[in-house]
Design a binder for this molecule. Structure first.
Ligand code: PGA
Ligand code: ZN
Length: 422
């Protein structure tokens, strides 16, 4: 049985992500299986993420798979994920995948897990799961946005998000998010301020102030909730590092025409939480502002304060955050840290610390469904993966499938959120 997962062959090639940018894909063959995986890529990347590629870019990364990684990988077992991921660290030899690139590591790591699953004819989440209790995550959907994910005529805040907290099945949850997305286009049109396009994650782009954007999302949620019976709550990813101006020591809001110092930003975030009853707030402060995360977390009750650029899926940064109670949720993006094992360990540590691990896509994503399996395996009660666009729907549809087919055998139920839902 185990011999069937022995790695026989490894290849790397160039393919494209959802933005049309080149990315690395790795194919791995065992005796009994074959799988390939590509790495996603961010536009508002955290300063402390691992390097994406070696200094020579993707071509050098492909070359390194052939000359450095493949000779050591062939002969190992694909179902020994930790051994493979440790080998990637050893071959790299730096603390930030500066030699081989985090995207190279991520593609090799994920292709390994997929090849193991393929060899054993099991699902990826079964291959990756450390526990037996598995639940389907609730989808956190990006419905309106701006920031680095759009070009001009846009909101200052990167993402306005919705969470269908009242859904009883994943299908109903995904349906509610999709209805909010389409309702927003109609509301904007009716207001005479139509969406001008969609951003990198499929969210509508419109020339709106922060308040107008929240009011529109709020109205859409109310109407969809009334139509479907599924209650929805609002969230946002401020991606505040992209608003932060180091010289001015201020958060600069172009569309809202204001500049806020750190203290004013804390007050502003508190007032947005109160005014729009936010259940989720990601990166409300610059990626170095552990103290502000801590202060906000101390004074809110039913809101997830989530660190993305703050934690970059790093155990060390999460440990630092925990000592100060900075935030109560963490984004898990495997390519921020490089391997499946690293991402999985950070998610596990988060759960031990009482932080909610939110498994997340990147703005430049790949068309595969694997993130859906990672969210289940990492024990994430929430998956952040957009609402529309093929690469986003691939993950949503996979969760619909897992829910549908599991009803016939061992039911996969929707996770319960560890916070109050009004
Ligand atoms: P990304 O970030 O553009 O770096 O993928 C998305 C996010 O901030 O969540
Ligand atoms: Zn983010």
């Amino acid at each position: 049985m185990s011999a069937s997962t022995v790695i026989k062959h490894v290849e790397a090639l160039k393919v494209f992500d959802s933005r049309g940018n080149p990315t690395i894909e790795v194919g791995i063959k065992t005796d009994k299986g074959f799988a390939s995986a590509a790495a996603p890529s961010g536009a508002s990347r955290g300063k402390w993420e691992v390097e994406q590629y070696p200094p020579g870019g993707i071509d050098q990364a492909i070359n390194l798979v052939e000359t450095l990684i493949k000779p050591r990988l062939v002969g190992l077992r694909a179902d020994e994920q930790e051994t493979v991921d440790e080998l990637l660290h050893e071959l790299d030899g730096t603390s930030n995948f500066g030699k081989i690139g985090g995207n190279t590591a991520c593609a090799v790591s994920l292709a390994t897990a997929l090849a193991a699953a393929s060899s054993k004819a099991i699902h990826l989440f079964e291959q990756l799961s450390r526990t037996t209790s598995k639940e389907l995550p609730l989808p956190l959907g990006n419905v309106l946005g701006g920031g680095r994910h759009a070009r001009t005529g846009k909101t200052d805040i990167q993402e306005f998000l919705v969470l269908p907290v009242g859904a009883t099945t994943f299908l109903r949850a995904a349906e509610a998010n999709a209805k909010v997305h389409s309702k927003i286009a109609r509301l904007l049109q009716a207001k005479g301020n139509p969406a001008t396009g969609k951003g990198d994650e499929g969210a509508w782009i419109a020339d709106l102030t922060t308040d107008h954007a929240f009011e529109t999302v709020s109205k859409a949620c109310e109407e969809v909730s009334a139509d479907t019976g599924v209650s929805l709550r609002i969230g946002a990813d401020i991606a505040a590092s992209t608003l932060w101006n180091e010289e001015q020591k201020a958060y600069v809001y172009d569309k809202d025409a204001k500049r806020l110092n750190e203290g004013e930003q804390i007050d502003h975030m508190r007032s947005l939480i109160d005014r729009y009853d936010l259940i989720y707030l990601e990166d409300p402060f610059n990626e170095e502002s552990f103290e502000s995360f801590s202060e906000l977390t101390r004074t809110v009750h039913d809101t997830l304060i989530c660190g993305d650029d703050l934690f970059v899926t790093s155990q060390a940064r999460l440990k630092k955050g925990k000592t100060m109670n900075a935030g109560n949720a963490i984004i898990i993006k495997p390519n921020q840290v490089g391997t499946i094992t690293d991402a999985s360990k950070t998610a596990k540590l988060a759960a031990q610390f009482g932080y909610v691990p939110v498994t997340s896509h990147r703005s430049g994503d790949t068309p595969g469904p694997e993130l859906a399996h990672m969210a289940i395996a990492f024990g994430s009660p929430i998956i952040k993966t957009g609402v529309v666009g093929g690469e986003r729907v691939a993950k949503i549809n996979e969760l619909c499938r897992l829910e549908y087919y599991s009803y016939k055998s061992q039911p996969l139920k929707l996770a319960k959120l560890p916070i109050y839902t009004k």
